[in-house]
Design a protein around this ligand. Structure first.
Ligand SMILES: [Zn+2]
Ligand SMILES: [Zn+2]
Ligand SMILES: [Zn+2]
Length: 262
């Protein structure tokens, strides 16, 4: 019998904005044959009682949907508007064709403004028929808790350089990509985690992402039982870096599936 409190979070992509391999690059990671060095753009799927909520629809959204045999979507929650997180927005049309209704999306005002600019055709009054546009129901979120398809999600405000972005906590798991600063008030919302998925771009410092050392430091402060680093660049070869990380901190990889409890 399935437990009412169990859910699953699957990482559909764990790569930085270019994906790994980066096209035209011949570095050791980009030519590696290790499946853990193949990283699609960051996204995650939350599955609870046969409901599917996806975090971000990046440029690899369609490929991820097919690769992982996802069966319908009930909602999208967006972290922020950078192209590696929204680039697959137009492919929501496929979901609309089957569901015959608009897909609920949850995002902050800045993400909406940019989505409406980049995919303007989807947000204008539209007279054409033929399902030519992605149809979405817009829900603005900034902080607090939301409930989607029966699952409670706590919004985790983060900074990504100067940009306000969103992380999400579902039960005992938190997902915080694209950040280099977690505000004090957000840290308070991250107590008692079993699993933290955290931005950990590369060894070198970056203006808008935690590098590996900063991510490790943050992980220690947050003190989740287990931390997985994501949004990983090609400067990180999985087999090489994985063995240097402290206990309880590992590199995430595409397809990693984590069991959670709400
Ligand atoms: Zn990103
Ligand atoms: Zn490379
Ligand atoms: Zn970003």
């Amino acid at each position: 019998m399935s437990d009412e409190k169990n859910f699953e979070l699957k990482l559909l992509g764990t790569g930085t904005s270019t994906g790994v391999p980066t096209i035209s690059c011949t570095c050791a990671t980009c030519v590696s044959t290790d499946p853990k060095d193949k990283r699609l753009r960051c996204s995650a799927l939350i599955t609870y009682k046969n409901k599917n909520i996806i975090i971000d629809t990046g440029p690899d959204f369609r490929q991820q949907y097919l690769k992982y045999g996802i069966n319908g979507l009930d909602a999208v929650v967006y972290t922020h508007h950078h192209f590696d997180h929204i680039g697959g927005f137009d492919d929501i049309r496929g979901i609309n064709f089957t569901s015959k209704k608009a897909l609920p999306i949850y995002l902050n005002t800045e993400t909406l403004e940019n989505l409406s600019r980049i995919f303007s055709y989807a947000f204008r009054d539209y007279n054409e028929t033929g399902n030519g546009i992605p149809m979405v129901d817009v829900n603005i979120i900034t902080e607090g808790e939301i409930e989607i398809s029966g699952i409670k999600i706590t919004i985790l405000p983060l900074l990504h350089g100067s940009l306000k972005v969103l992380g999400f906590r579902i039960g005992n798991i938190a997902y915080c990509t694209d950040t280099n600063h977690i505000p004090e008030n957000t840290l308070k919302l991250m107590k008692g985690l079993d699993v933290l998925i955290l931005d950990g771009l590369r060894p070198k410092v970056h203006k808008t992402h935690f590098n590996l050392d900063q991510a490790i430091e943050q992980a220690r402060i947050i003190d989740s039982k287990q931390t997985y680093l994501t949004h990983i660049a090609h400067q990180v070869m999985h087999s090489e870096i994985e063995q240097k990380l402290p206990n309880g901190i590992n590199l995430a990889y595409d397809g990693l599936t984590i069991k959670g409890r709400i």
